[in-house]
Design a protein around this ligand. Sequence first.
Ligand SMILES: Nc1ncnc2c1ncn2[C@@H]1O[C@H](COP(=O)(O)OP(=O)(O)OP(=O)(O)O)[C@@H](O)[C@H]1O
Length: 959
Amino acid sequence: MGSFPGTCEIVEAGEEVNSFQHSRRTYRPNSGSSMADKDRKLPMLKLGFKDSLEDDINQLFEAVSLRTSSKSLGLLNEVGTSSSPLRKNALKKPISVPQSPRIGASETVSLKQAFRELCISKASEMAAVKRLSKPIGSPRISEASRITSLYNAKVIDPASGSGLFVDEGKGSMVEISLVPEENPSTSSQKMPQALQVPKIRSSNQSAHSSPRFVVPTMQNDTRTNQTAHPSTQLAVLSTQNTTVTNKSAHSSPHFGVPTMQNANGANRGTDNSPQSAVPATQNGVETNKSVHFSPRSAIPTQNGSKNTLMQTEIVPVTKKVETLAMKTELAQKEKDVPAPSQSSNTIDMPELGKNARAATRSASRAAALKSGRKGRLHIVPSSGSVNGSRVSKLTRNTPRVSKQVLRNKNSFKKKIKQDSTSAVCSSNAYNDIRSDLDPSTTQLVCQRCRCTMKNATNLSNQVSPESNSTGVSADVSSMNVNSGTNERDFTDSNRNRGQAVVAKVKKNPKLSEKVESSQSSKSSLGEYSTSTSNSDESNLSGSSCGNRPHMSKDVRWEAIRHVKMQHGTLGLGNFNLLQKLGCGDIGTVYLAELIGTNCLFAIKVMDNDFLARRKKMPRAQTEREILRILDHPFLPTLYAQFTADNLSCLVMEYCPGGDLHVLRQKQFGRCFPEPAARFYVAEVLLALEYLHMLGVIYRDLKPENILVREDGHIMLTDFDLSLRCSVSPTLLKSSSSKIEPARISGAPCTESSCIQPFCIEPTCQVPCFSPRFLPASAKTKKSKADPAAQLRSLPQLVAEPTDARSNSFVGTHEYLAPEIIKGEGHGAAVDWWTFGVFLYELLYGKTPFKGSGNEETLANVVLQSLKFPDSPLVSFQARDLIRGLLVKEPENRLGSEKGAAEIKQHPFFEGLNWALIRCAIPPELPEFYDFGVPEVVSQNSNKYLECKATGEHLEFELF
Ligand SMILES: Nc1ncnc2c1ncn2[C@@H]1O[C@H](COP(=O)(O)OP(=O)(O)OP(=O)(O)O)[C@@H](O)[C@H]1O
């Protein structure tokens, strides 16, 4: 949360009088801006300009001032001149807290009755029919409008629509709302077309190498003026579709030896492959493509597997006449009828057969751990026109006995002339906006998690180079380093650290055996294309760094900058692909070393042709767009993005600790101790809060999607099923008595719930699980009663996208919220439902509504009341929180109104220092062998990347 400048600043601003001034002045798009202009002009005019024209202006100005003093201006003046009046006015309860359109009670009742009277399939059928009568999709706004709106704040006045609202009779609370500009455009739906990425030869790609919040267009030869208004810049993708020939420095990547020792990747293949058979027709190979397509073995659905469901956001009406029974039936048919239908929705089982081969090579331990993993199941409109042809322009047809492989990176590696004009970054208005709006941003220092202390000056200085839109020198990654020389190497400490990590990876003796086995099983050789081309996307790393202040000191930024300085651009050839970490619906993730830097990354490779044929471009684009805007310690950092041939590559932070699903299975009793569970869910809660602030409803929370970083903290991944929506962040300031935990149904035991038993000693000498951080001055009369009440009295930033609605059937069976199953439309509250399921699973080792099959699971979610096992023993606070979250009616669910702010105040988290949890010592650190990285052979060895398509899956194999 703290990393989001717009909202972070609002939190800080809410307490002080001047902050209100600032907020009004800064965020009000209309009156606020004019007032700001006035504020700037007035002193100047009073300083002795004597000519008649200025006198006229002064008179006019005074007249305007008099007229505007009655309302908002008067209020502003009042705020500015006296804190007490302001506080008095500010501490008024708002009237217009955004209300989300909730499911009507009568509708809910009738549905329930239907469910009680009929079997689940019958009820589901009714629900599906009901969905037809509801508006499809949720309001969306364009990226530019949404971002712009985050910075256009106004004080809500229910009477006039603007101004500071004062309600004497309703307590003391102030609501400051960031009002987004509504924009009905559905950018995401335009993405597939845009992502076709036709290549345009150009000698200049530098200016717009990394537009943020871009909306790709198909006008490949049209470049957008980057000097336009920020909102315009944000709204338009300028040259994303443009590529430059001969710009790849190292088009032939160096591949390491893959092994299956990584429990995460290998096991995921085992566990995520419980789904339907692979269409036989999907095994064909396009003759003009050089990719080998290996048919996958059908893997039967495993009972209890957690399937993720996805349905396109906008479904044709004919497709909406679909019942749960139909869905389930389709799902069943999917196992046997691989080819998707052109005219009907199918249940896509993307995990089908995934990693089948990998699974066979996995260690038994990994297989056991993953046996219960949740696979995804999603409903997608199928084209049915192209079945399974695998395409990769990275490869060419190389005759092979058993496999076709990609080009030999060594044999065909070309020395491609670097395009010196390839720019690394472009001017980025968003950076400027952020720096302007966040002048006082500071960050805490933490040696462990490498949080850095920085101030606004540094940030501003860092951002400034972005104004240079051309040339390598415009590499924004230099913002975070001294960019005086392009040849500057990394600091010794960073280099040593990176070397140590990579050396560990390369020399891990435990993996040697499997490495050899892996090598011996892959005898075919291939070539790797030298035609790796980088789109302008590749320059993301530069600009994004400036937008990611919390990671700005990350050595990996500097590493990428360094490589780009050396080679002019960044491509797949700059990486040693060490191991496949796993593959998902839309791509395959590899562990990769940035050559010459000793820095490890996770690279997600997606085949655009494959995605286009499978109509998964929107999902890929959604994930890509979300990744680009993230800057949070518990969310992935996207270091770079480029397109190599037709493969889209996302360079992200590598998490060596596996995921929480695997970690949980390693625990005694296969469930986490409560302090550990609290730690993980707290970090996940912060991540969800941040996402909601950005207008992202995550929708697929489950332990498998929570990775463990090297430092033991978490990283929430996988955003392709997320829903983007508008959001109206609101700052609530209240007395402690007005904002109490939403659910305190019992007397919380402060001592047992938060102080000693759950205390996890942090490294920053500030206890994260104790209220002891309160300063002595806080021990006043007010604090004597309850220190935690003081925390609750602090301003609350509520950034819950309460208006978001979607009718998609998206999620994972065991985690699906009732409203999704019923097809009633859903909003951000689904994330709080899944959050409750997640907490339940961490504590009890299983999900609360799991049935013998998916259909029964769905029925249980809708009908079955929540029950807690007798063992293990779980505190009352934890159970109470789960109860609050697993309320079947979303409007009554904890978090549905105030989002994470509501949940964070629950006694389960009592005493937790949210701001510093990132510095706390995590429950456990990943052991090195969790890296699961093979011993890497020489870079000169022949390694191959094989691209295969299996049903809905795209997979690359390293040999
Ligand atoms: N940054 C990372 N570090 C380590 N492992 C990762 C990283 N990102 C992804 N993985 C692993 O790679 C595998 C594939 O991830 P990916 O997100 O592509 O698939 P997924 O999680 O199944 O989601 P989806 O099917 O929606 O793509 C997963 O097992 C995941 O744990």
